[in-house]
Design a protein around this ligand. Structure first.
Ligand code: PLP
Length: 295
């Protein structure tokens, strides 16, 4: 993503009731160095983030993204983000996304500099990559063992499995592995055989006319795109459900998608070389909805 804008935030306390936070923002040069070498985000990946899709300068699913940022902060014992401050930072950044078309805003909250006084926080904006082709043509995925069982998140909360942390090296390694196996992306499966999520997206299956997604019960992120789509499908009278899904169900799905804020709904054409039916018209209708302005 080519960055067109960045600002550093001086994080306010969560109960700071100011109505205007603009003097806590410092616009920085996207091409110039901005972080201290002591930053724990770069040294340890110790921080959290959100990637927000932007359409015609409108940030999508902002409420759900700010909710998840707060949830990740809580899991990581970071100070509770001041919601209004981050909201204003997002709108300041949105002004620098393409006036027509898709953009991306990233929110980053790091633990800061080792022994430093505060966390470090910043927001970036830029144009989104063109995902038109992948939304139309779909992707091949492989299942990959995530290496923990479905009950691990409850037994070991220090693994931070439900937090959107900056430590995405494992997620990126999984995508490389998928590519080495001739696919485009991966679906993580727990060591006891349950479907989890993709390295950067939520899985949704269509089975017998209803839509199901793995329950976000600590081990995976609750996707904002899936949340928005399920609300939309519910309003159309479609049935949606969160379930614990055994991996064997993948092969018999009527259709399947990976959903995420920037790529949106991408149809899965094959899982582990088993071809899956693709409903192009339905996928196009999902993406029309996802590209419409959403709170
Ligand atoms: N799961 C993981 C691991 C992700 O990284 C993402 C998005 O980045 C998602 C799911 C989908 O979340 P969202 O729809 O909010 O982008």
């Amino acid at each position: 993503m080519a960055l067109s804008f960045a600002l550093v935030i001086d994080p306010a306390a969560s109960d700071d009731l100011r109505t205007d936070f603009s003097d806590s923002f410092r616009v920085i040069d996207t091409a110039a160095p901005a972080l201290s070498v002591g930053e724990l985000s770069t040294q340890r990946g110790d921080g959290i983030f959100e990637s927000i899709g932007v359409v015609d300068r409108h940030p999508q699913e902002l409420i759900a993204h700010l909710d998840r940022l707060a949830h990740s902060a809580q899991l990581c014992a970071l100070p509770v983000p001041n919601r209004e401050q981050w909201r204003q930072a997002v709108f300041a950044a949105a002004e620098h996304c393409p006036a027509r078309g898709e953009g991306v805003i990233k929110l980053i909250l790091s633990r800061g500099i080792e022994h430093g006084p505060t966390p470090t926080a910043w927001v970036t904006a830029g144009a989104a990559p063109d995902n038109t082709r992948v939304r139309e043509q779909g992707i091949r995925v492989v299942t990959l063992d995530r290496g923990y069982s479905i009950d691990t998140p409850a037994r070991a909360p220090w693994l931070l499995l439900g937090a959107k942390t900056l430590s995405y090296a494992v997620n990126m390694a999984a995508i490389r592995e998928a590519k080495q196996r001739g696919a485009d992306d991966a679906i993580f499966v727990s060591s006891d055989g349950f479907v989890l999520e993709a390295p950067t997206a939520t899985l949704v299956l269509k089975e017998d006319g209803r839509y199901v997604t793995p329950a976000p019960n600590g081990g995976i992120l609750h996707g904002t795109t899936q949340l928005g789509l399920f609300e939309h499908l519910g309003s159309l009278g479609d049935e949606t459900a969160y379930e614990t899904i055994r991996a064997e169900r993948l092969a018999t799905a009527e259709a399947a998608w990976l959903l995420s804020s920037v790529r949106l709904a991408v149809p899965i054409v094959a899982i582990d070389d088993v071809e899956l039916p693709v409903d192009h018209e339905l996928t196009a209708s999902f993406n029309r909805f996802l590209l419409s302005p959403r709170a």
